[in-house]
Design a protein around this ligand. Structure first.
Ligand code: ATP
Length: 491
């Protein structure tokens, strides 16, 4: 257990501190520095094989990890092309037939436009990774993409999703595909499902999976039956190896993650940063309310992951009787404010005006002397995120329509505002410059339910004076100002 004490008023001089750790507040990212050659990630697979799901999730992860990434979805380009061409439409499976020449022209033109934009994105250094989200089911189409990448000097990596599990395909079509913009307002869900199955058949007739012999010179990963097994070939470079690491950790099953800050601590009351102070009486009341909440919620096999700071440990204490496991993670400890630990915002402004200004200019990259930056916290949270993604591995042959409360592996994270900002930014796809301003209030439990392409959030706020919870659904708010007006001990 980390029992480091902090001196509340006197810190080392700036000179001493800067020799301990170099202060950085530039806009460069530690991760993106490793990706020197732009990468094009090319999705391959029949419709309803999770290509868009994987593309969006991967994009969110790479951006969070500091590797600037964007998805180029050819279906979206196609829908724009279609508006200029009324006679043919993606809501008719015949549109995807190999002998529909007019539709083929539209589909090829859409792919061309997507590639043009992708090229502009990588060429102008706006990003380092571009994901081409399309079926790319023929060797001819893949050859065209490879030639294009070679000409431009981009590295090319294929992700092929192969799935022959009828339960998974059926769930994908019923839950996601019938709501596609191709069908919305055009036909009933039943008709849409029928049409989509025919679309899959049309693609299946032309499908040539990545050939392990004839295409063995390519870099690729085959994801088989939603991650039941993988085949990896010729991994090339940092970005590709991170992609593989990520894909091998994510899974499809629904479950819920809860997040809370510790209850109010002594330092919260005094608006001092960091430290390791115990809970106040209001903080104790929140810890008791939390225990009762989870007793009533009856989440199966709840795992509690708690930071090692006293205020978090005290908050999770009562949960030992409710949860299956309580684990204490050093990685979940609050951002280390270095020489500013134990100081108020006012103290910092008076003692270190230059530091205050540097931080105001770029809060995400600013590193406290002898402490951490938000970017450092994101890096140390990577194993936690992978564990959160890896939790729950029930057999995929189980129906995907299980109530999330009945699943194993639901997790409650008890941590601190800066850390929860980093974790929630990942799940809700917030930009890194917004991340340090995400508002995670005290005495609020956040329930996160993953959906096909996004996450649904419910906020339960505890009113200690009235002893009641109130709930709201919605999105994360941003704090108006870098220096919150309400007392806080969040760095
Ligand atoms: P289309 O070619 O029509 O765009 P797609 O392959 O992009 O289809 P998605 O829209 O991504 O398919 O399908 C979303 C569904 O795929 C989600 O319900 C998600 O649970 C599921 N899914 C995610 N990963 C996989 C996978 N590896 N294999 C099969 N299904 C998956």
């Amino acid at each position: 257990m980390d029992s480091r004490t902090t001196s509340s008023q006197s810190g080392p001089s700036m000179e001493e501190a800067s020799t301990k750790r170099k202060v950085t507040h530039t806009l460069t990212s530690g991760y993106s520095d490793h990706v020197r050659v732009p990468n094009v990630i090319v999705m391959v697979g029949l419709p309803a094989r999770g290509k868009t799901y994987i593309s969006k999730k991967l994009c969110r992860y790479l951006n969070w990890a500091g590797i600037k990434t964007r998805v180029f979805n050819v279906g979206e380009y196609r829908r724009k092309e279609e508006t200029a061409c009324d006679a043919i439409h993606g809501a008719n499976a015949y549109f995807f037939s190999a002998d529909n020449e007019e539709a083929l022209r539209v589909r090829e033109e859409s792919a061309r436009r997507a590639m043009e934009d992708l090229c502009e994105y990588l060429d102008t250094s706006k990003g380092t990774v571009a994901i081409l989200d399309a079926t790319n089911t023929t060797k001819k189409r893949r050859k065209m993409v490879i030639n294009f990448c070679q000409e431009k000097g981009f590295r090319c990596f294929f992700i092929e999703s192969l799935c022959d599990d009828p339960n998974i395909i059926n769930a994908n079509v019923t839950d996601v595909k019938v709501n596609s913009p191709d069908y919305k307002g055009v036909m009933s869900a039943e008709q849409a499902k029928d049409d989509f199955m025919k679309r899959i058949e049309n693609y299946a007739k032309q499908y040539e999976p990545l050939d392990m012999d004839k295409e063995c010179h390519l870099s690729f990963i085959k994801v088989i039956n939603a991650g039941r097994s993988f085949y990896v070939n010729r991994v090339n470079g940092h970005a590709q190896s991170r992609v593989i690491y990520y894909l091998m950790n994510i899974h499809l099953l629904p479950r819920v993650i809860y997040f809370t800050r510790h209850g109010e601590s002594g330092y919260n009351r005094m608006a001092r940063m960091g430290g390791d102070s115990p809970l106040t009486s209001d903080g104790d009341a929140y810890a008791e309310a939390l225990e009762l909440f989870f007793k009533e919620e009856r989440v199966q096999d709840l795992r509690v992951w708690c930071s090692q700071k006293i205020r978090a440990v005290q908050t999770a204490k009562g949960l030992k009787g409710v949860a299956a496991h309580v684990e204490y993670w050093k990685a979940l400890d609050e951002l280390d404010a270095g020489i500013c630990e134990g100081l108020t915002y006012e103290d910092i402004e008076n003692r270190y005006p230059k530091q205050t200004e540097d931080r105001r200019r770029d809060k995400y990259h600013y590193r406290f002397p002898a402490g951490e930056s938000y970017e450092d916290v994101v890096a140390r949270l990577e194993p936690v995120m992978m564990e959160l993604e890896r939790q729950v591995y029930l057999s995929l042959s189980l129906s995907l329509h299980i109530s999330s409360n009945l699943l194993q592996g639901n997790v409650l994270v008890v941590s601190h505002q800066a850390v929860l900002r980093c974790i929630l930014a990942y799940f809700t796809d917030r930009a890194l410059d917004e991340l340090p301003y995400i508002d995670v209030p005290l005495h609020t439990l956040i329930k996160l339910v993953p959906r096909a392409y996004s996450c649904h959030l419910i906020f339960y706020t505890y009113d200690a004076t009235r002893g009641i919870w109130s709930a709201r659904e919605g999105t994360l708010n941003l704090c108006q100002s870098p220096q919150p007006s309400t007392p806080t001990n969040t760095p």
